[in-house]
Design a protein around this ligand. Structure first.
Ligand code: FAD
Length: 302
């Protein structure tokens, strides 16, 4: 364990009784992050609180998601490695990592390996890690455009996502990537929605001349996001509610395009990406729409 914010709950409820616990808190190598070219190497022991402050300009989707995790106490202790290892479909770090095309690095006494985040989880709270493996780090490409994350839950903080969505725009590759949380056994991408909105952006020359997307295209994107989910009915929400909420969260994409303009500077990573502020606005808009349409609160970065 590192932060213990998940494991201690398991112990307290007597769901697990491990014979031994290995506390990695003081392994300094896991607790930092570095930039290697166009990639960020984030140690497994980096806390959500640190992701909020340090990743704002480099991986804004991840920073926004980290800001929605639990409470300040949980964010100060809980780590990205613990979130990935838990492999809950509701883990907030997972959608931005999948959307970014991140890779999880693991090590054991017999060697090390790396797998795409999209292939790491094999089911709810199941993953490809062997019993003797540890997550050492996660490699995340530096953002080349605006990124957004929002989750829907019954209140504005300390809430497990009923569903969540990450949308990443890459203004250099001119691609859109999505990842849906808490609406399938693992994190899923809405590839049809991605292809659809990429077509719209291309057709309108929007990568070069940023401008608002037509409301009908934004709504269609939301519908396709909802269609990509495989939600279940559970105590947190019905499958129908989750699909509806995802269609609302899909409206996020409509607020992202106006920040394309300074893409070359962001692509070189010489200055923080300005999308966090703009994206927070998008998240706020989605939150308001969601409250109106879903009768619940969308939890957004604040
Ligand atoms: C009140 C409360 C609110 C919460 N709210 C949220 C929320 O909003 N969103 C959210 O996503 N999560 C939430 N969580 C869950 C939890 O805080 C996060 O998943 C957190 O990121 C876990 O990190 P940790 O370091 O505390 O993990 P730990 O509890 O230390 O470990 C969790 C699991 O991962 C394994 N593990 C940890 N580190 C590694 C590693 N480096 N390599 C291999 N295995 C490892 C452990 O063996 C354990 O099985 C909440 C928890 C609580 C108690």
């Amino acid at each position: 364990m590192v932060g213990g914010t998940y494991l201690m709950v398991e112990l307290n409820f007597d769901r697990r009784r491990p014979e031994r616990i290995l506390d990695l808190t003081r392994v300094a190598e896991l607790a930092g992050w570095d930039r290697e070219g166009d990639e960020l190497v984030i140690g497994a022991g980096v806390t959500h609180a640190r992701l909020v402050t340090d990743m704002r300009g480099l991986a804004p989707g991840l920073a926004i998601a980290a800001r929605t995790v639990g409470s300040p106490q949980i964010r100060n202790r809980g780590t990205i490695g613990g979130n990935i290892a838990t492999s809950s479909p509701a883990g907030d770090a997972l959608p931005p990592l999948v959307a970014a095309g991140a890779r999880v690095e693991m090590a054991s006494a017999s060697g090390s390996r790396s797998v795409p985040m999209s292939e790491f989880c094999t089911g709810p709270k199941r993953n490809v890690m062997a019993p003797d493996e540890l997550i050492t780090a996660v490699r995340v490409p530096v953002a080349q455009g605006p990124q957004q994350f929002a989750k829907v839950g019954p209140r504005n903080a300390m809430v497990i996502a009923v569903c969540s969505l990450s949308v990443h725009l890459d203004a250099v590759e001119q691609t859109v990537r999505t990842a849906i949380g808490s609406a399938a056994p693992t994190i899923v991408r809405a590839t049809e929605a991605e292809e659809f909105i990429q077509g719209v952006l291309e057709e309108r020359g929007a990568w070069e001349r940023p401008g608002p997307l037509p409301a009908s295209a934004v709504a269609r994107f939301g519908e396709l996001v909802a269609a990509a989910a495989r939600p279940i009915d559970d105590v947190r929400g019905s499958a129908g509610y989750r699909r509806h909420a995802l269609a609302v969260l899909g409206l996020l994409v409509g607020s992202l395009p106006p920040v394309y303009a300074s893409r070359s500077r962001r692509a070189r990573g010489t200055e923080p990406c300005s999308s966090t502020a703009s994206s927070s606005l998008a998240a706020d808009t989605a939150a308001r729409s969601s409250r109106r349409r879903c009768g619940a609160r969308a939890t957004t970065a604040r």
